[in-house]
Structures are given as C-alpha cells and as structure tokens.
Write a protein that binds this ligand. Sequence first.
Ligand code: PDD
Length: 275
Amino acid sequence: AIAYLNGKIISSNDPVLPIDERGHQFGDGVYEVIRVYNGRVFMMPEHMERFFKSAEAIKLNVGKSSEEIMAIVDDLIERSGLQDCDVYMQATRGIAPRNHLFPNVPASISMTVKPSKHVNEEVRESGAKIKLLPDERWQNCWIKSLNLLPNILAKQEAFESGALEAVLIRDGYITEGSSSNFFIVKNGEILTAPATNHILHGITRIAVKEMALELDIPFREQAFTSDELLAADEAFLTSTTQEILPVVEVDGQKIGNGKPGEVVKKLYELFLEKM
Ligand code: PDD
C-alpha cells in the first residue's frame, strides 16, 4: 500500500525508520485512523481537531497546519487510486539518540492509505460478542497516543475467549472498548460514558450523538455499570473501522433478546446514508 513519510511518497513495506525513532522506542507520538467513503474523507475536521489536541497534550509540535495535512491526505488518496480506504496518520518526535528527555522538533509525520477493513458480514448481521475486562490504562485516555499495550492485550484476551472486543471497566463503570466506544439502550434511551479523560472522544461517537438528535432518540452521557449493561435492551459499539456495530452477548450472557435491536438498526441505516 501507498505511504507518506515526511514529504516522500513510499510503499508501506519500505523499511525506513532508524532504530532511534521515538515512536517505536517510547511510543512518543499520537495517531488518527480516518475513513474514506467513495473518495470522500469522512468527518475530517473532527479528526484534525482531535489530532491537534492530542499533539498539544503531549507537547508535540505538529509543524504543519491542518490545511496542509488535509492536502497531503487528499493527494495520497488520489495516488492510491482507492475509493474506500482507511488513512492511518501518526506524528512522533522523530529520530534522536535514545533519551527520556525529548527534543523540541517539528513532528515526524507518516501516513498509510489502505483498502478499508470491514467487519465480518455475519457478525454485522447477527451482532458481536464482547468480554468485560478491567481498564488498566492511564488517566489520559482522551489522548490518541501510540501507547496501546493495555488495549492490545485486552483485545487479544477477548479474541482468545471467542469475543470480538474487550469492553473495559474502571471503578465499577464501563468506560469503552479496547478500540471502540460503547453504548447501551434502555427504555428507548441511549447511554454512553461521558467524554472525560477516561475515554477516547470518538469521532463515530460524535456521529451517533448527532444522529440520535436527528432521530429524536434521547442520548445521555452517563456512566453505567456491568449490571446495567446486562439489564439493557440493546448494546452497540462504534469506531471508524467498525462503524456502528450491534453487541448481543457479554461474557456468554445475552443482551435483550440476543439479537441486534431496533435503535442500533435505525442508527446504522442513517449512518449508511451519511457516509
Ligand atoms: N480506534 N476508543 C478507543 C480506545 C479507540 O482506539 C477508538 C478508535 C475509539 C473510536 O474512535 P473513532 O470513532 O474516532 O474511531 C474509541 C481506532 C479505529 C484504531 O485504533 O484503530
């Protein structure tokens, strides 16, 4: 697949990063995953806003304006020849002799454009299984940082138990999935954890909030427990790559009637019109 590294167009397989690159030595960087539908970049202003906020939070100077970054993305998509694809973008503090103290330099920026990853059709139809696990991450989950070890360990554990996603619990309350935001529906109302420092402020989560308003479905940002999840009528998760995905089973127990619910179906239908 096609890739970008600091002004050069390369292949994503090219071995280009020196050993002393801070992204892989320290996870010293931030990233975004952005979806392109029919050649159109989906919710780009929201992604750019989050990207710059994440960078600022780790004192990383992006060194480019969001307009400049959007122009690079557009060019890369055009070169890729792809209509439906995922853009991965990361900014790190680049190459410097290994030292915990960091250099004050403009970010090293890399991107890849690859064909979209899709959720398995059968899972999309019948709904996903999830596993509940403790949220072992730090206090700044709103920063989209490269440090994903707790996330990948949780996802792997869920996968090995036959579940699609790990959904995380901190202090008795559900925060989010290892790579998704998480929602329940109870008595016609959508509930999701509030956008605090304990979750990533998902772009698809914003889309759901807007669509709920449009569909006249109450949307409440309030933390809920695993007991409330098990007693919910519906559950679903969201992310750029998984979009809006019904969840029907938690640790082997069915949610509602064990089938994707009406609210999540309505949301996804509207989402398909907007993409
Ligand atoms: N992950 N929460 C976490 C921890 C995430 O990593 C993601 C996205 C989300 C959903 O955010 P959005 O709707 O903006 O994609 C929530 C991306 C897709 C990833 O790491 O691949």
